[in-house]
Structure formats: C-alpha cells, structure tokens
Design a protein around this ligand. Structure first.
Ligand SMILES: [Fe+2]
Length: 396
C-alpha cells in the first residue's frame, strides 16, 4: 500500500514543465508498478501512465496536467514548484551531456571536465522561477573506450542508464527547483536519443513511435512570448528541400503567433558563427533557408545553443540579436579568436560578437525596461553582464 508522503512511492525523479500554450505538466519517473498520487489544491488523484516499463527503460514515466490557476500541487507528498504568471528569474542552460562517441570521450567521471551537475546545483541555488534548456541532453552514445579511466564504467545508449547519467541524475536539484521549458536538440533525433526524449521530455502526449518533427508551440511568460521550434533534424551545412519546406511551414505557423515582444527559441542557431582549425564557420543553412533570414515583427531575441560556447551576436540594420548557450557541460568547441564584427551571415552583418568558451550558464532577471542578463561560470561567478531591452543587447 502506498500513501501520500510515504517513502514507498518509488519516485526517482520528478519535475514540472511547460508545454503547448503554456500548459503545465507534472512528470515523475518511478520504480513502482503504479504511478504516484498527485494532490492539486487539496484534491487527490493518481498520475497517468505515460510510458513503460520496457526493456530499455525499466521504469514508469507518469504525468498529470496541472490546471491553470492551481495554487498548490504535490506528487507523492513532494510539493511541486508551479509557474507564476510572470517569472522574474530565468536560468538558461544548453548542451549539457557528456560526450562519448567512438574514440571521442569526455572525462565524465571528472566534475571539472564534465561539470553539468555543479552547474545545475549552482543554478538551483539561485532560486530561478523558470529554467530553459535549449537542447542536447544525450551524449553517451557509445561505450567508454577500453582503458580510458576518465569515463570508465559510464552507462551508454538511448536507455534508462544513458539518460539517467547524462541528464536526470545531474539535473535533479534543478528539476525540482522550478518549471522547465525543454527544447529538442539534434542529439534527440530518432537515430540518437529520440526514445529517451519522447519517454521523458517531449511536452506532447507520447506518440506511438519516434517522430522526426513535433509541432511548434508558444508559451506566454508575462510580457514575453516564447516561440518554440523543434529543429532537431535541421542540417548545419545543407538545406535539403524537404526539410526546408517542413520547417518553413512550422515557422510560418509559429511566427503568426508572435506577440509584440517575442523570443524565438530554437536549438540550432539561426545565425551562428564558430571557429574550426583557424577558420570561421557559419550555420544553420536549413533554418536560414526556412526563415528566409527574416523574423516576424515583434521577435526581439533568437535563443539557442548547439555550438558549444556562449555567444551573443548583435547585427547592423535592426536585426534582433542572437544568444547561444551551449556551454553547460559538453566539451567546449574551439574558442573563437577571429573578430566577428563585420562578418556577414544570412544576409546580415555582425555589429558586435561576444563569445566565451568557459563552462557556464545564463541568468536572466526581469527589470523595469527588459532583462538583465548575466553569464555565470560553473561556481556562479559572473563572466559577463548585459542588458536586453526590446531587441537591443548591451554588454559591459
Ligand atoms: Fe546540437
């Protein structure tokens, strides 16, 4: 017999996430044969089964929609942090998993080499009202190479062990702390971490099989509309006609919903610049073709990840800035040493480019005129301070 508040409800992880139209969803992963009870404004029911157990995911994933306006909720006696109408402090993280692919192996056992847990704990201690993960959770695709002590013993594969090690366990403190907005990255495509993505993190009802595309959606966080696109299959260096057509249709729908202060959230950068072997590269070609390099009026910021750096680009001629947060755990990409001012990308010209290759995350605090934006290192120390007002980012 299980009961609220008991220790035998089998909950391993639980969190609250925001979904289409701002719906509020409680999820729990349990090792019990049945889902735990959920109490919403004093009324108790049972969470619904989302999936499992299966051979690869020998756990139950449970969920429950929380009605808008609910004042309190708990799952198995653990109280949930519900979203307010107007979050004041947002944490942004991205590209968090520990890369093991072929002979390429990050030292997952060394918290200095893979600091995602420290970043999550540091961010949780800052009491955020909302967490945005811009995608790429699952990186342990292959076994740790023989004789490599840095990652020895790591679980791997799109399964419970892989997902627990790469995301759920290190993120636990932050998962409990505040509601999450979760973007799907290219590491969560059907050929990579797609099963874990749909089992645990996708905000829609569980589909019968892995889907290449999921519908875009909008979340109103009070004065800002988050326009969210699943770009997981977009190609950095090519623009295949079928993909461009599919994303263009989704982007048209999404941009029709743009309010007069909107942020476009997409894992792949629409206009991202990195450096490799002494030369700059510029991505994402699929998304540039699908948008025609044009945003809806009212979009004041493009927010993504994918390049394993922190990057802010502002542009000449009124194009809104883009911020990438791809430095929250996965091995950093090469530092950008070539000045970015004057570089052309997607028909626009970079006015100012700032990049950082240190591990970290971003804190955004709402101000009277917009947002204060602080890039933090993994201990919480400030690396860079900026402000965002309408579509202007100004950094110290
Ligand atoms: Fe990515």
């Amino acid at each position: 017999m299980t009961c609220d508040g008991g220790r035998d409800n089998g909950i391993v992880y639980h969190w609250v996430m925001l979904g289409p139209s701002g719906s509020v969803i409680a999820r729990a992963i349990v090792e019990n044969p049945e889902c735990p009870r959920v109490k919403i404004d004093g009324i108790t029911s049972r969470m619904d089964v989302r999936s499992g157990p299966t051979a690869d995911f020998p756990v139950l994933t449970c969920e429950k929609s929380i009605p808008g306006g609910a004042r309190s909720a708990s799952v198995g006696g653990r109280s949930l942090n519900l979203p307010g109408d107007r979050p004041g402090r947002i944490i942004i993280i991205g590209d968090t998993g520990c890369r093991i692919r072929g002979s390429e192996a990050q030292a997952c056992n060394d918290p200095a080499a893979w600091p995602f847990e420290q970043i999550a704990d540091t961010a949780a201690a800052l009491d955020p009202d909302l967490v945005i993960h811009v995608g790429d959770y699952f990186y342990r695709e292959d076994p740790c190479p023989e004789g490599n002590s840095g990652c020895a013993g790591s679980p791997f594969g799109d399964n419970w062990g892989g997902w627990q090690a790469d995301f759920l366990a290190p993120a636990d403190s932050l998962l409990r702390k505040a509601p999450w907005v979760l973007l799907r990255g290219n590491h969560e495509t059907c050929s990579r971490g797609g099963e874990g993505w749909f089992t645990f993190l996708d905000p829609y009802p569980l589909p019968e099989e892995c889907q290449e595309f999921t519908d875009p959606y909008v979340i109103d966080i009070g004065g800002v509309d988050l326009l969210i696109l699943d770009s997981s299959s977009a190609q950095d260096n090519s623009a295949p006609a079928g993909l461009v057509e599919a994303y263009a249709g989704q982007i048209d729908t999404l941009f029709e919903s743009a309010g007069d202060n909107s942020w476009f959230l997409v894992h792949h950068p629409l206009w991202g610049i990195g450096e490799f072997a002494g030369s700059l590269f510029k991505i994402n070609q699929t998304l540039q073709a699908a948008t025609g390099d044009t945003l809806a009026p009212g979009i004041n910021l493009v927010l993504g990840g994918h390049i394993h750096l922190f990057e802010i680009l502002s542009f000449e001629g009124g194009r809104p800035p883009q911020m990438l947060v791809g430095n929250s755990g996965t091995s950093p990409d090469e530092a950008v040493t070539i000045p970015l001012s004057g570089e052309e990308i997607g028909g626009g010209v970079v006015d100012r480019g700032i990049t950082e290759d240190e591990f970290g995350f971003v804190v955004m605090d709402r101000t009277d005129g917009g947002w204060f934006l602080s890039l933090r290192n993994m201990s919480g120390g400030e690396i860079l301070a900026c402000s965002l007002e309408a579509n202007i980012i100004t950094c110290d």
